[in-house]
Design a protein around this ligand. Structure first.
Ligand SMILES: [Ca+2]
Length: 193
């Protein structure tokens, strides 16, 4: 038992001497500087971590953004084939393009009954896209959904709808128009439905 007790005692003494030696360095050289340098280093590392987290971005979520006249009467187009008349819908609050993964234009229609000829759609002057139509929608409600990924802009988006190639003219109505996006945003815009 005696030797067993003295061995730890020697190590303990040696450890204590090492601690003293270690403490002497910082005490001698650290006056003024010792407490400042570590704090600066820590702040720098923290900033780096924050920057990396910001680059990752939030996971994409689905948001449905209604036109300004959503819920109101449908707009009507009843014009000759080459008329410059356009329905105009404004959709505000669309997230910026670098956040938008998918963008779909959706709406309700009436009498969109001539596939490929009823009407044409522009989104911020991009297009034209055909108005979805079905021969069975003659004087009846219908719906439309078009992939407009890449055609949206941040904020206000202008959707214009004009006549197609149908001769001598076209008649149809569009209402309850929305742009539905899948976007890397933390929360959907307040105007979302
Ligand atoms: Ca029609």
């Amino acid at each position: 038992m005696g030797p067993v007790e003295t061995l730890p005692a020697r190590f303990g003494l040696a450890f204590a001497l090492l601690v003293l030696a270690a403490c002497e360095g910082p005490i001698d050289t650290g006056r003024g500087d010792g407490s400042v340098v570590p704090r600066d280093g820590g702040a720098g590392e923290g900033g780096g971590v924050d920057a990396i987290a910001g680059d990752a971005g939030p996971p994409p979520i689905e948001c449905t953004l209604p036109a300004a006249d959503y819920g109101m009467a449908r707009q009507r187009l009843d014009v000759p084939t080459d008329s410059p008349d356009r329905m105009r819908f404004m959709v505000p609050d669309v997230p910026p393009p670098d956040a938008v993964r998918v963008a779909m234009l959706a709406f309700e229609s009436y009498d969109a009954d001539h596939p490929g000829e009823e009407g044409l759609i522009w989104v911020n002057a991009n297009g034209p896209y055909d108005v979805p139509a079905d021969a069975t929608w003659d004087l009846l409600p219908g719906t439309g959904e078009i992939d407009v990924t890449g055609a949206t802009v941040a904020g206000d988006n202008l959707v214009e709808i004009g006549p197609g190639t149908l001769v001598p003219g076209t008649y149809f109505e569009i209402g309850n128009l929305v742009i539905r996006v899948i976007a890397a945003v933390a929360v959907c815009p307040a105007s979302s439905i």
